[in-house]
Design a protein around this ligand. Structure first.
Ligand code: ADP
Length: 426
């Protein structure tokens, strides 16, 4: 994908405004663009968890923070515009259902995107970015008072019933903290990764770390940390003041071994951009302003990390599904058509009740597994694994794609294994 060079729906004058420090061409992998789908001819298997509405989205990125007020929404808005400036098609999902701020930040209060004939929500277009927010659906400015099931219903609708179309990036502005919304999105949206926004002060860093750990536990790649409100430069005397301290975000990234995407200054222009609903790249000096340059730099770094991460995540099936003969069929990007018999697949399970986590010793007695065990459903977990449900009720196994490929039982692979050759080099 020639991402940074790619034409987009930008107004022509905006691409001419891109400053000299242009991003490099994007070399995204094939696997990014193809979410796994049930194999043709597959019997109903439960299917992939990725909602069809997101099938045309190449990279879904969660923008998270441990606590509110650190500028997560501000960063999400301006990053979306910076990516769009670079030629990407970008969508923004405001998943902060209790405190939606994107309509205000994008200057789109009171706008309605409408619905398709099939009833899917159509994103509102503003500043070249399509976005959806609870703030567009609520008639008044009052607080959103919902019980958790209603909130989750809204999130499911945002994931499964919005006409996003084809996007290079969908940024998800998450609510602060680590709750049900984050969990659902992490499990259902097939995230390319998560970005953590924090201010440099200790209290924010401590809480941001908890948010980051949550994504790690869910095996969501951490694309990086952004330090917001990093320092304030007086425009009269040029003196810099570290209002919330400085360097904490970088230190946190280094100590946790995750990328640092950059720091964004405390800048009245950024605050005004949010209040007035005109993102920094669309106002005043636009991309030539310090804030504009900063967001372009962070967007470049983010794109770089998305590419690196997707290479590190490795292979991803093009499609999969339980066939009418009961076997699992998996089609890989290189054309290989893999096959797994339910019994062998079951005894390869590496979950904590089948394998001792500390010693790696098998806990499962293969003799206890019925030879005629069936695969009842298979769903994808994020972008890295399949999760099967077997007829013996076992459903806690997570099969990372690399492992899946290495235990393939198709004739070709079995012949190679018999000849002592590696079945695959992944
Ligand atoms: P969050 O989404 O984390 O709750 P917001 O993005 O709503 O935070 O930002 C909180 C407030 O801080 C807003 O008024 C916003 O305009 C302001 N703000 C955020 N980042 C900056 C910045 N870098 N410089 C100046 N003001 C900022």
């Amino acid at each position: 994908m020639a991402f940074w060079n790619k034409g987009s729906s930008l107004p022509p004058q905006t691409s001419a405004k891109i400053p000299a420090k242009n991003p490099q061409p994007h070399q995204g992998t094939e696997s990014q663009s193809r979410p796994p789908q049930p194999a043709p001819g597959a019997a109903p298997s439960g299917g992939p968890t990725v909602p069809a509405a997101l099938a045309g989205v190449r990279n879904i990125i969660a923008i998270a923070s441990g606590k509110g007020g650190v500028g997560k929404s501000t960063v999400s808005t301006n990053l979306a515009i910076a990516l769009r400036y670079a030629g990407a098609t970008v969508g923004l999902l405001d998943a902060d259902i209790y405190g939606p701020s994107q309509p205000g930040m994008l200057g789109a209060q009171g706008k309605q995107g409408g619905t398709t004939a099939e009833g899917a929500l159509i994103p509102v277009q503003k500043h070249g970015v399509g976005f959806i927010s609870m703030g567009l659906l609520m008639p008044h400015d009052g607080p959103v008072v919902w019980r958790a099931p209603m909130a989750m219903k809204a999130i499911h609708q945002f994931l499964g019933n919005v006409q996003w179309g084809n996007l290079d990036y969908l940024l998800i502005d998450l609510p602060p903290g680590t709750g049900d919304v984050q969990l659902t999105l992490a499990q259902q949206a097939r995230l390319a990764g998560a970005v953590i926004v924090t201010t440099p002060q200790e209290v924010a860093l401590g809480i941001a770390k908890k948010g980051l750990e949550m994504f790690r536990q869910l095996n969501i790649p951490i694309l990086g940390i952004i330090e917001n409100m990093s320092g304030f430069t007086c425009k009269h005397c040029g003196e810099e003041t570290a209002v919330f301290k400085e360097g904490g975000g970088k230190k946190m990234a280094d100590s946790l071994g995750v990328p640092y995407l950059g720091s964004i200054p405390l800048d009245p222009e950024i605050m005004l951009s949010g209040d007035e609903g005109v993102p920094v790249l669309e106002r005043g000096d636009g991309p030539r302003s310090i804030a504009g340059q900063t967001f372009i730099g962070v967007a470049q770094e983010l794109d770089k990390q998305v590419r690196r991460t997707s290479e590190a995540v490795g292979i991803e099936p093009v499609s999969y599904g339980v066939m009418s003969d009961g076997n699992l069929a998996v089609k890989w990007p290189d054309g290989h058509e893999g096959m797994h018999r339910p019994y062998t697949f079951r005894i390869h399970c590496g979950c904590a009740s089948c394998v001792d986590e500390n010693t790696g010793k098998p806990l499962l007695d293969a003799r206890g597994v019925p030879l005629d065990i069936r695969l009842e459903a298979v769903v994808s977990v994020g972008r890295y694994a399949l999760n099967p449900r077997f007829s013996d009720g076992h459903s806690t196994g997570i099969y990372p794609f690399k492992k899946l490929r290495s235990i393939c039982e198709c004739g070709d692979c079995l012949r190679k294994k018999d000849a002592g050759q590696a079945a695959f080099s992944v």
